[in-house]
Design a protein around this ligand. Sequence first.
Ligand SMILES: [Zn+2]
Length: 84
Amino acid sequence: MLTRKSTPDPPAQQTRIQQIMLAIGMIHEEHEAKRKEECDNDLNGHGQIACPACDGGKIRYYIFGSKLKTRGACSTKNCLAWME
Ligand SMILES: [Zn+2]
């Protein structure tokens, strides 16, 4: 019998999570560099990075320093958006 259904696990979902993880890593680096550059001890920050998932999109992010939780959204519609 050929009634086997393919499991509903879209690979796009996987890569999106990976892209978000990548973006979070970039934000951590950027935030750390900014703090060093500005000798700023403020652990919270916000800014923009180039989106790793689309061409030309910018991710606007917020980072909450003490726990390094991030929040971000790409300027491209339906691209990356997350909240930790
Ligand atoms: Zn994007």
